[in-house]
Design a protein around this ligand. Structure first.
Ligand code: DX5
Ligand code: ZN
Length: 219
């Protein structure tokens, strides 16, 4: 298993050719496929549901890293697990009983992830750090790919890294938003181990292979 993971966010993929785009990611050495689920309430955009997760599951062996930007995520965990999600990552801002939600994700056989919006302080997830298989620090305001990287998120990653190390956690520390060849090394230096990218992969001028290789070269 890699110490680091590159997670290709299909939010910037060409959905008329989704199967081919995912195959290209797999061929180029992506470690995970990242799916951004948005409900138009928690974030101002509507994207995909379990149906797309299920379609991705049929075309790739890569783990499906599902990021739930939805209200009441607990109502949909079973559907996403059944569709083939490997990991389900829920926002602390949407989960009044975060520990229960993470336990439920695990009981469904998925890796349990927790994610913080840029303005949410790290202390909000401290009580559940021991439970989390993955902590995601968002480095853009959620809703769209191609957003502007928020530099303050580097210090936030370092803070989460310190807290994970302090409790001996082996959880993935994932970053998402504005990750490219320039920002990835800074996030890596701060302690991140998993790197989500949409634009840097799918909008790379030389194509998906070059996009992934460019990121991988920074690891
Ligand atoms: C933002 C999503 C991200 C997004 C990243 O709401 O969670 O996964 O697709 O896009 P880029 O890599 O273009 O910033
Ligand atoms: Zn995401």
């Amino acid at each position: 298993m890699n110490v680091y993971a590159i997670s290709a966010s299909i939010l910037s993929a060409d959905f008329t050719r989704l199967g081919e785009e995912i195959a290209a990611c797999e061929e180029a050495g992506a470690d995970w496929v990242h799916l951004d689920v948005m409900d138009g309430h928690f974030v101002p955009n509507i994207t995909m549901g379990p149906f797309i997760v299920e379609a991705c599951k049929r075309v790739t062996k890569l783990p499906l890293d599902v990021h739930l930007m939805i209200e009441k995520p607990e109502q949909y965990l079973g559907a996403f697990a059944k569709a083939g999600a490997s990991g389900l990552t829920v926002h602390v801002e949407t989960c009044p009983q975060l520990d229960r939600t993470l336990q439920e994700i695990k009981s469904l056989g998925c890796k349990a992830g927790v994610v913080l919006n840029p303005e949410t302080p790290v202390r909000e997830i401290e009580p559940v750090l021991q439970l989390a298989d993955l902590v995601l620090v968002l480095s853009v305001h959620p809703g769209f790919s191609g957003g502007k990287f928020i530099p303050e998120s580097i210090a936030k990653v370092a803070d989460v890294r310190k807290k994970l190390d302090a409790i001996g956690s082996a959880a993935w520390l994932e970053v998402d938003g504005g990750i490219n060849a320039e920002t990835l090394p800074k996030m890596k230096a701060a302690g991140a181990t998993a790197f989500v990218a949409a634009s840097a992969i799918f909008k790379h001028p030389q194509g998906i292979m070059a996009g992934i290789q460019t990121l991988r070269a920074q690891l």
